[in-house]
Design a protein around this ligand. Sequence first.
Ligand SMILES: NC(=O)N[C@@H](CC(=O)O)C(=O)O
Ligand SMILES: [Zn+2]
Ligand SMILES: [Zn+2]
Length: 343
Amino acid sequence: MNSITIARPDDWHVHLRDDDMLEQVVEFTARQFARAIVMPNLKPPVINIERAIAYRDRILAACPEQYDFTPLMTAYLTDTTDPAELERGFAAGVLTAVKLYPANATTNSAAGVSSVDAVRGCLEVMQRIGMPLLVHGEVVDPAIDIFDREAVFLERVLAPMIADFPALKVVLEHITTADSVDFIMASTTPLAATITAHHLQVNRNHMLVGGIRPHYYCLPIVKRASHQQALRDAATGGDTRFFLGTDTAPHPITGKHSACGCAGVFTAPCALESYVQVFDEENALDKFEAFASFNGPAFYGLPVNTGTLTLTRTPTKVGGDLGEGDAAIRPYRMGETLPWSVA
Ligand SMILES: NC(=O)N[C@@H](CC(=O)O)C(=O)O
Ligand SMILES: [Zn+2]
Ligand SMILES: [Zn+2]
């Protein structure tokens, strides 16, 4: 197969940032995805309806007019979130989902949740109204090795939480381990997972052998090759509970090339090209459309997009840095030639 046409895909996990960076990055998402679940970890975070509406307006104002792009907004869960605010936002169509960051687990998560106990009232309401909970699934216990933080989260936090809220829709975001794949597949509750392109393509050897590559550094951190292969098997295996979420997360190069570098990979400029390459390598191009365009909407209870997108086996070179000076940001696989392009 030298070309594949799919229903227009969506990205179920993006960081569009704000201000100048929003202006720089939004078109890379909007030109290939019809909808995107927009993460709320701004400074200050998007914690209520008012901020979600204002942020959605800024995104739409920054988005070039030729794109038909719908940002789906999320609320940043805190220990003091009012459940009634979530219910109102969901009913009004402003809030599509709620994001749970364990406090201090990742970029801009300091205002996150201290424990599931602190947000029981919110989870009860969300379970009742069918509002999805999106989870950054890592423990923050300093005694737990960074490579084990996702697996430990499954047993310490996720398993008890879904036992208490068995009808709550939960998306375990950006999974990185065979443990998570197995957990999802064994689950009998409405639990799904997003998988990024970079976790399908990169393992910790790529990041650390022969020099440290800060543009592969993200959270949860990339794991060993056997975990990477488990993710590739999950994405291409046809189980509808796995779907596309890039976690495109731009940071200025100055923040990445630093003695204490930021976590996040800016994948939007070559996201679909990277995903389709993985499906091709796994001889699973026939499974690509469901992963990119059907499974996410089905989980969220939204319609599949109208219109199509075509990818062809035509080499394409990933462009260079965006912007200049301190504000420049570097695309994932910058300067590399990829085997597939968006037609
Ligand atoms: N994935 C990352 O490494 N970083 C994300 C936050 C997140 O999704 O955890 C960011 O906002 O930079
Ligand atoms: Zn995260
Ligand atoms: Zn993210």
